[in-house]
Write a protein that binds this ligand. Sequence first.
Ligand SMILES: Nc1ncnc2c1ncn2[C@@H]1O[C@H](COP(=O)(O)OS(=O)(=O)O)[C@@H](OP(=O)(O)O)[C@H]1O
Length: 303
Amino acid sequence: MNPELFPKFSEELEIVDNKMGEVQGVPLPEATCEIWEQIYNFQAREDDILISTYPKAGTTWMQEIVDLIMLDGDVKKSMRSPCFVKVPFIELYPKPMPSGVQAANAMESPRLLKTHLPTQLLPPSFWEKNVKVIYVARNMKDCMVSYFHFQRMNQALPHPGTWNEYFSKFTAGNVPWGGWFDHVIGWWKIKDKHQILFVFYEDIIEDPKREIRKISQFLGKELREEVLDTIQHHTSFSTMKENPMTNYSVLPSSVFDQSISPFMRKGKVGDWKNHFLVAQNIVFDEEYQKKMEGIGLNFRTEL
Ligand SMILES: Nc1ncnc2c1ncn2[C@@H]1O[C@H](COP(=O)(O)OS(=O)(=O)O)[C@@H](OP(=O)(O)O)[C@H]1O
């Protein structure tokens, strides 16, 4: 990446604050809590598209897929700026940069937006305007592993501690943006009441073209086969890992220290097997079954 093109990120983002606060019991960055009223009163527009996820479920992947769908597969245009500039993160306030709300307000329609908020904290205007939402869900075990490494490298979030410590914190929902269960079940339960497309990370890994087609149809676009192929190629893990617009290499190491763990880390289903101890897996499966019983939501943890 040519740092001259994006000096802003390295110069302005030097001050990193990893303090957490909470809103209605959900742990969120302190800077987010400070401007919570502004975030909650955010004004959505009817033609917005919102990507909603629990952290590490495949947000960046979906951002790139949807951006390319909206651009009819124009890769050159999709490279216009880093993924976090193209797609405002509505509840983020990376001081001294503009908040996600300010960035979104300054954008022309149609806007592509991102959130990790659980349903109860989503600004109500998204429901009022009946905005199309793409919810990406990823199995809890792989989310936990990915989040553990992310909290190690992201200097704006609290340090995760050891893997064993993190296992307890994560399963108790004591991590930024709160618990996986509340988030995923909350969004699953309301999905038929609104324009929400529920997409599984594991399904995109299994057959990216099928899922890209499904997403484009949800957005009212019938794309030609060659365009679907282009989008599939440009959003593959190997391409996105090398792409400075998607691999977060434009951020300084004072924010994302990619020498600790890269943002585009492994991109696989089943990496949890390299982290979970046998005893942890037993405890996890028992608790998981209790919490998910009767919900009708099934995840694959291996392919
Ligand atoms: N193209 C593609 N293919 C497969 N996997 C991908 C892709 N892009 C991102 N990823 C993986 O998604 C994980 C990052 O999740 P998020 O983008 O949701 O992170 S964040 O919440 O926005 O910080 C992180 O998962 P792990 O590798 O398991 O850590 C990324 O590697």
